[in-house]
Design a protein. Structure first.
Length: 579
């Protein structure tokens, strides 16, 4: 009978463990007057008591402290180790001993009674009080167990949480020192999950996470550990890993499990995940570095197309180390004058003369050499340095143009300087003032400046940015939409933004005569831009055939390696300005 749920007045089974027959008889006599039915079992030794305890569902035990084969305290410990029980335990002793009574309570007894006090009223009262104490202890124990479970588990998916996983990972790393096999960590991040919450709400998002958790649990091997770190991030700790092939097998199981459409209410989801893997060893020697390396590998998987697996290996380690070094150096690059601006000409299709020039930043690194933007601009964005670098490029390019105008007696309409604006700069409410200050400082006409924006940088909050762009054009500054045709552009945005010119993305130019369907799209884009009265700039032109096509379609300016790669200010002067 389970005393936690039972009424204290219901029938009970009582086991007396005492080697003294007279004492046992005395206890029986005292219990005869009990108002509730009591089924009494007797045992003379500790061993016999254990046997009876195993055979019956015992509710109450009366255990003598001194037994012929074992003392009562040791017997209580054995009983509690034998099997899970809700039995009430009362220690009985011939001698009054406060220390003994405290020890009895510490090892698991619920009360203590002297044999000299055994009478009907005292014994029945002691049993009732001990049962009530045991009942309260059971309630507290259940609540503590529930709190402990909640502390270790993720409330949404019921998987273990970050705290518990980190402890599990630490223990696993310690065990590897004494085993022949290794462990691997799989960092799993769902691709584009934010869109689910944004468009369908967090309720649907939470249910999808629960479904994903169940899918992942179905492919986790016995002995391995699955946890949710938070958000849409899950981790698997795999044991008994002997080589990299095993990690690929596990990762493929995860990808295959998520490849099947997931049903959540009325919604069907095609879920993919990017997975980063780290193996305990050379690159990840501690729990912390295992987590860090797996996280880095996961982001690498996202960068290479998502729904992929990336192992943190020697090549990725070198790349990470290089990035860390660049991260340290880029903080000082601006103050040490290590950035330079190169200029790429934009050639007029009608006159074949340079009409515009795009300013492109480079980093003259002291040990890595001349670095192109893709090597460091993303890092600069992560470190919130892109605003300062962008402002420096704008200042440098504007002053360079003014120098050329004075040096070569150029009118304002003869050469336009094109400068890229980053997402950070577009979000800056002081953008107009910053640009105006630059123009004022070098006495450059606003009509000579064209600021390039990519629609990907403003697609998420165009209404907030369009006002700033309008203010710029009202000052006479031109705006160019870069990377047109890469998937973000729409008629709505072309009407929304005060655009002066479109730059056809170089991927369309490069694919000319390779994909006829793409050629038709390119032709349509150019015609559409011309219909709107916009100037069209074709970038990435490298061959005579591409040049002829762009001229035939009516492109106004040509930019690309066919004419020149980005070059220094000195080289630009000698090639295009010196007459």
């Amino acid at each position: 009978m389970n005393n936690t749920a039972a009424n204290l007045e219901q029938p009970i089974t009582l086991l007396i463990i005492d080697d003294d027959a007279i004492d046992r008889k005395s206890i029986r006599r005292a219990l005869m007057s009990s108002q509730r039915p009591i089924f009494i079992i007797e045992a003379q030794t500790g061993e016999e008591g254990l046997s009876q305890f195993d055979k019956h569902e015992v509710d109450v035990l009366l255990i003598d402290y001194r037994l012929p084969d074992i003392d009562g305290l040791a017997l209580i410990k054995k009983l509690l180790m034998r099997k899970a029980t809700d039995a009430t335990i009362i220690m009985v002793s011939q001698h009054e001993d406060e220390i003994l009574s405290l020890n009895a309570l510490n090892v698991g007894a619920h009360d203590f009674i002297l044999k000299s006090e055994v009478n009907s009223g005292r014994l029945n009262r002691t049993i009732s009080q001990a049962q009530h104490r045991q009942l309260l202890e059971g309630v507290v124990r259940e609540k503590n167990n529930a709190l402990e479970w909640l502390a270790k588990r993720d409330s949404l998916t019921q998987l273990i949480n970050r705290y518990t996983f980190e402890k599990t990972l630490k223990d696993a790393c310690d065990r590897v020192l004494f085993t022949a096999s290794n462990i691997a960590l799989f960092f799993i991040d769902l691709d584009n999950f934010k869109k689910v919450n944004d468009f369908l709400g967090h309720t649907v998002g939470d249910k999808l996470l629960q479904t994903v958790a169940a899918k992942l649990a179905s492919v986790v091997n016995e002995g391995d550990c699955l946890a949710r770190l938070g958000g849409d991030e899950f981790v698997i700790l795999a044991q008994c890993i002997n080589d990299e092939k095993q990690t690929q097998i596990i990762a493929n199981k995860v990808i295959d499990a998520l490849s099947e459409p997931l049903q959540v209410g009325n919604h069907n989801f095609s879920v993919t995940a990017s997975i980063g893997v780290s193996i305990l060893g050379t690159f990840a020697a501690t729990p912390e570095t295992m987590m860090k390396c797996a996280d880095i590998a996961m982001y690498k998987a996202k960068q290479t197309g998502r729904n992929k697996v990336c192992l943190y290996n020697h090549l990725l380690h070198q790349e990470t180390q290089r990035k860390n070094l660049l991260e340290q150096d880029i903080h000082q690059a601006l103050s040490l004058n290590q950035f330079v601006v190169h200029y790429q000409p934009q050639i007029c299709t009608q006159t074949q003369k340079v009409k515009g020039v795009e300013a492109l930043v480079r980093w003259q690194h002291p040990t890595e050499g001349l670095l192109k933007p893709y090597s460091f601009l993303e890092l600069a964005e992560e470190l919130n340095l892109i605003g300062n670098i962008g402002q420096w490029v704008l200042h440098t390019a504007s002053h360079q143009l003014k120098h050329w105008q004075r040096q070569y007696h150029l009118n304002d309409d003869e050469l336009t300087m094109s400068v890229n604006l980053s997402t950070f700069q577009l979000q800056d409410i002081n953008l107009l003032n910053l640009v105006s200050d630059v123009l004022t400082s070098c006495d450059l006409s606003p009509s000579c400046l064209e600021l390039e924006i990519t629609e990907s940088s403003i697609i998420h909050s165009p209404e907030n940015i369009v006002g700033r762009l309008i203010e710029l054009t009202q000052k006479g500054i031109k705006l160019s939409l870069d990377d047109f045709g890469t998937g973000y552009s729409s008629i709505k945005h072309l009407h929304l933004f005060p655009i002066n010119s479109l730059k056809v993305d170089k991927s369309f130019i490069a694919a000319y005569e390779q994909k006829r369907s793409q050629d038709k799209v390119l032709e349509a884009m150019i015609k559409f831009a011309k219909y709107l009265g916009l100037s069209v700039i074709a970038e990435g032109v490298e061959t005579a055939e591409q040049l002829a096509f762009c001229q035939a379609q009516g492109c106004d300016l040509i930019q690309g390696y066919f004419y020149s790669k980005p070059i220094s200010a000195h080289d630009f002067e000698s090639q295009y300005l010196v007459k």
